[in-house]
Ligand binder design. Structure first.
Ligand code: C2E
Ligand code: CA
Ligand code: CA
Length: 570
């Protein structure tokens, strides 16, 4: 058989078989074994019956001979067997072939299903991985959005959402909670002196204490910088809050040790209570901040509840800042001059310029009140420009009216020293006023220079190179340390009046004053005693070889006209 024919018969067989499969399977894809078996049995039965009925008839028409008939009957029997054998073979083969084909189809489909299943499992695994990745990303994003990376405390966003939720639920449950606003006092100083890494470390330590002490449902968060906020829930009265805050402070007020240096830090805490001090987050935060600011103003290291009086004080503070802004243009500032006397000769050698603010309604306001405010708001730059110019012009006038030896001493804040325009300003004024700069002295305090010590030292050195003298003011207060006496480029030390006040019959205090005077002289510096009020103090200072003195015993700070009268008499 040619290949073509083989192929053709194969195709015909397949087409037929497919048709047969469809035939055997009705539209519901069901096989009917009973009807099929009956069909085979019927075909076999009909062939058998037809054979029995007609085969002998046919034989008798072929032959009359009995022997031949017998022989043919044997062949007929064999023929029957062979025919039925082929019949059964063809009937069974046809169905078994269909069965085989169906099995093959099932197997093929099973293989395909298996393959699809494996693909599905792989896809599921891939999807699971993608989901896990998404979940991790979501967690990372969540922690970036809601947690502070340095301290791992919740951040401002988290805190705000929580408080807003709390307010919504408290409106239903009618419960109070306290919002605590906490700020580390002088944190900038810690950063400046110990470095930012130490500052960060300290923030982490503090955050850990807060994390450990503030237990759910209370909330603690870092709002930014050195500011933390806490929510104490289910508060009945202020006593509840005080107890909780004091417990917290017990753990926070401890000695710290960084880079082998031991130090203490204090905290300013403002408290507002929902719903009494604010109906929403913004009001609560604002009022806690006002309460905290009140602590800061009153020497820090304490806590304070918001109240309407504090609010009033705060608005007075804001009003004062606005008035201070206008004071220069309105010519409300004047300079007073306090004589500085040589203790050895008793002669007037110079004056310290001290600012006075004559407020149109409140009268004279002390510099102790408004200089810190001016520093805080940056107004100090304009105010001190005015002071420097006015004092130098005055000094020049005294030079021209026959008192060239009178020195002028001018107070300068630390913020001003490190300001970029400060050096140029001095140079410009020295040229403009043509003043003898060897008799000009600037007074600076250690504390104010600390904020940027290296830059301050650099600027002060350049000022000294011009011939201007530098005095270290208020020595004996704040951070006073003997190392700075050597480190800072200074000519004079001004011994704080608290030292002078302590001069008495008590041996120890007197020994301290004498030692400081001696040490200053050993360092080739001059010393001015501030705040001399009694003859006894004067005598002691004279005996201790203090160079100069200043105080009410000689004169209070006075207007220029009065100072000039003293000049004439001296
Ligand atoms: P300070 O620089 O230590 O100035 C000396 C302060 O002591 C002056 O107070 C002066 O009136 C006061 N005083 C002088 N002698 C005596 C005394 O015998 N007994 C007592 N109890 N006090 C005496 P004042 O003028 O109120 O100034 C206070 C502070 O304000 C100054 O302290 C200084 O830190 C600051 N200040 C004053 N004027 C200026 C200024 O022009 N610029 C800057 N940056 N600060 C100034
Ligand atoms: Ca001073
Ligand atoms: Ca002083």
């Amino acid at each position: 058989m040619s290949i073509f024919k083989k192929l053709k018969s194969n195709i015909v067989r397949k087409v037929k078989m497919n048709r047969d499969i469809k035939y055997y399977l009705n539209c519901n894809c069901e096989i009917h074994p009973y009807s099929e078996s009956i069909r085979i049995a019927l075909i076999y039965g009909i062939v058998g019956v037809a054979w029995i009925l007609f085969s002998d008839e046919i034989l008798s028409t072929i032959t009359d001979d009995l022997n031949t008939f017998k022989k043919l009957a044997i062949y007929k029997g064999w023929g029957y067997v062979i025919i039925t054998m082929f019949l059964i073979y063809s009937l069974v083969l046809k169905r078994l072939l269909l069965f085989e084909k169906a099995l093959m189809e099932i197997y093929k489909n099973f293989e395909e299903l298996n393959y699809s299943n494996e693909e599905l499992i792989a896809l599921e695994e891939e999807l699971r991985q993608q989901y896990n990745e998404l979940e991790t990303n979501r967690n990372v994003l969540n922690s970036l959005a809601y947690y502070d990376s340095l301290t791992e405390l919740p951040n401002r966003l988290f805190f705000e959402e929580k408080v807003n939720n709390l307010i919504s639920s408290q409106q239903i449950h009618n419960e109070n909670f306290a919002l605590i606003y906490m700020d580390i006092d002088n944190f900038k100083h810690i950063n400046d002196t110990l470095g930012h890494d130490s500052g960060d470390l300290l923030l982490k330590y503090i955050a850990n204490i807060l994390k450990y002490q503030v237990k759910s449902p209370d909330i603690v968060a870092r709002l930014g910088g050195d500011e933390f906020a806490i929510i104490f829930q289910n508060i009945n009265d202020k006593v509840d809050v005080i107890n909780k805050v004091q417990l917290l402070l017990k753990y926070l007020r401890r000695p710290w040790r960084l880079h082998k240096q031991e130090f203490f830090i204090s905290y300013s805490i403002g408290i507002s209570i929902y719903p009494w001090n604010g109906k929403n987050l913004a009001e609560l935060l604002k009022n806690s901040d006002i309460a905290m600011y009140c602590v800061k103003k009153n020497m820090k290291d304490d806590y304070c509840f918001y109240s309407e009086e504090i609010e009033g004080e705060n608005s007075r503070h804001i009003k004062m800042v606005n008035e201070l802004r206008l004071a220069i243009d309105n010519e409300e500032f004047t300079l007073f001059y306090q004589p500085i006397v040589s203790l050895n000769s008793g002669r007037l050698i110079g004056a310290e310029a001290l600012i006075r603010w004559t407020h149109p309604a409140k009268g004279i306001i002390s510099p102790i009140e408004f200089i810190p405010l001016a520093e805080e708001t940056g107004l100090i730059h304009d105010i001190e420009k005015w002071i420097l110019r006015t004092a130098l012009i005055q000094k020049k006038k005294w030079e021209e009216s026959g008192y060239p030896e009178i020195k002028i001493s001018i107070n300068i804040s630390g913020r001003r020293v490190t300001h970029n325009d400060f050096l140029d300003e001095i140079k410009r004024l020295i040229i403009e006023t043509k003043v003898n700069c060897y008799q000009v002295q600037l007074e600076v305090t250690e504390t104010s220079l600390m904020k940027d010590l290296n830059k301050s030292i650099n600027v002060l050195k350049q000022i000294r190179d011009m011939g201007i003298k530098i005095a270290l003011d208020d020595f004996g207060t704040g951070y006073s340390s003997l190392t700075y006496l050597q480190k800072l480029p200074i000519d004079t030390v001004k011994l704080d009046r608290d030292f002078i006040k302590s001069i008495s019959n008590l041996e120890l205090d007197n020994v301290i004053v004498q030692s400081v005077i001696k040490l200053t002289h050993d360092l080739k510096l001059q010393i001015v005693a501030e705040g001399i009020e009694t003859e006894e103090q004067l005598l002691f200072l004279k005996l201790s070889k203090c160079d100069y003195g200043q105080g009410y015993l000689f004169s209070k700070p006075i207007p220029k006209e009065e100072f000039e009268k003293i000049l004439i008499c001296s």
